[in-house]
Write a protein that binds this ligand. Structure first.
Ligand code: HEC
Length: 222
């Protein structure tokens, strides 16, 4: 990661943080016309901006999916999109006497020690067996339905089951909870809790906050 002052006197992690805003500022035609920015500097500015962006992308590969999967965020949309047509609230179109829109249905016991979903036990979860099966008579969604789950989506289901298959009510029914403010190594920098969230993420990515910018650039960013 480039952390030294770049050609334009901006800090790379600062460019990363304000990303495209800065890029658009450097390529702004007005500033080129007025000679404030020379065209040859633009490609450098883009380079300075893109190196950390690209690097951030790589290191974010894992961060894109948070460690603990959330039912409402990761799983429910897949169920309703790929499964509810046949296992949803509509009784008439329900297949295999299986409901996946209710907790009772989704955790129902089946024959032979299997369950539709058995929390923390993918091997005894028929749902996992069906979505990982390659047998056209068994796999879910059925190939004929023209619905499918991507590899990544199958992985999400598996991980969610292994993580305990926590079933949540729709988020709008869940009471608002206090969010835990993350702890940070650099105790001096944050002035408030929002700063602590920002800093915690920067520290996770191995970045340091830039020095506070002078007033004019800050005004421009606004
Ligand atoms: C186009 C209709 C259709 C869609 C969409 C569909 N299924 Fe099914 N599903 C069926 C039918 C029909 C059966 C019963 C026949 C069988 O067991 O294969 C079934 C059976 C099942 C069973 C076995 C139930 C039991 O009692 O053993 C599971 C588990 C299952 N589906 C999960 C899913 C999941 C998860 C999805 C979404 C990713 C899904 N299905 C999408 C039609 C569908």
């Amino acid at each position: 990661m480039v952390t030294q002052k770049g050609w334009l006197g901006v800090q790379a992690d600062e460019v990363f943080a304000i990303g495209l805003l800065e890029i658009s500022e450097y390529v702004c035609p007005y500033r080129i016309q007025t000679g404030e920015v020379m065209p040859q500097k633009i490609s450098k500015a883009l380079l300075v901006a893109l190196i950390p962006l690209a690097a951030a992308d790589f290191s974010n590969g894992r961060a894109a999916t948070p460690e603990k999967l959330d039912f409402n965020h990761h799983i429910k949309p897949l169920l309703s999109d790929r499964c509810f047509a046949c296992h949803g609230p509509d009784e008439k179109s329900r297949k295999g006497k299986l409901r996946l829109d209710t907790k009772d249905g989704a955790f129902k016991a089946l024959d032979g020690g299997m369950f539709v979903i058995k929390p923390s036990d993918a091997a005894h979860s028929e749902l996992v067996r069906r979505i990982t099966s390659t047998d056209p008579d068994e796999m879910m969604p059925p190939p004929k339905s023209n619905l499918a789950l991507s590899k990544h989506e199958v992985e999400l289901f598996k991980r969610w089951v292994q993580q305990g298959a926590e079933w949540k009510k729709h988020w709008s029914f869940i009471p608002v909870e206090d969010v835990k403010v993350p702890s940070v190594k650099n105790k001096k920098w944050p002035r408030n809790d929002i700063d602590r969230f920002v800093l915690a993420r920067l520290e996770k990515e191995g970045l340091r906050p830039s020095k506070e910018a002078p007033r004019e650039p800050r005004l421009r960013r606004v």
